[in-house]
Design a protein around this ligand. Sequence first.
Ligand code: GDP
Ligand code: ZN
Length: 317
Amino acid sequence: MISAQGEQFAETSGKFRYEVENVSDFPAVGDFVMIDCAQSMGNAIIHHILPRKSMFIRKAVGPAHKEQVIAANIDTVFICMSLNNDFNLRRLERYLSICWESGAAPVVVLTKADLCENTTEKLSSVEAVAMGVDILITSAIEQDGYEQVLPYIKEGHTIALIGSSGVGKSTLINRLLGENRIDTNGLRNDDKGRHTTTRRELFLLPNGGLIIDTPGMRELGLWNVAEGLDKTFSDIEELSVKCRFKNCSHTAEPGCAVIAAIENGDLSSERWQSYQKLKAENAYAEDAESYLVAKEQKRKNIAKTVKADKAKGIIRR
Ligand code: GDP
Ligand code: ZN
């Protein structure tokens, strides 16, 4: 935990733990909390979490209330994608949807410009996918290779990084910190052992900006990102209101604005397919969620009956 007194360990108060109802009510990386500062010995005590202005959530397999907050109060998310091997517009669409859904503002950070020969071309293909989103080009090789990132580092402003392993997230953080605080080059493994090692997840930058780099952000799935999808694919949403039929499936209907846009090249068929795929995936996740909630309820009911039976001396086999 970081306060005006610097960094210290903290734990939740007994009252807090007693009153807590959901896993998501516990403090997460990025939370602002009200504390009693540590005395000479012992930890600071957390009494209260301030309302979160943005949240990245992971749903555990199980009932809906078991959602886990991976990170909170992120202002800006750097979606990191390398201009060489990792370049993938479809993955970018997925990340954008998750970001918009969280309430944080995405910024696309294209890394390893030094390893790319057609940067201009790639930049315009990113612009077509990330409409209205800032796009930055970086390179670790050049002295001023992170110049474009600096204006986003502001006092009291929290940034988180997402993107595939190896795209240069740690390199970027180290550069901003001005020292090598995290291992790069894949030394920081993504294996199972990770959760047992304590790794710093919140970095205070020299100018008062904050960076969150938590492993959980790497495993983000697409859970209930309906709104995020609509925002990411606002071009398609706009087209579909122009279809002649209100319930147009955009497959073979006459007067379909989506099909027309694909035919005249305004909408690429890859983007259209990506949209359909993510929509289907999201619908599946929502279905799975309600299925799991129902199943958990059923399990609870059975458990209740068994308990009641036991009390009455009835044994079931
Ligand atoms: P992370 O997994 O996203 O944290 O990626 P790292 O920061 O560990 O970087 C993975 C590898 O890519 C390391 O060997 C870095 O030195 C290298 N790397 C990072 N940024 C750049 C860059 O802009 N240009 C080049 N050529 N290599 C880079
Ligand atoms: Zn249509």
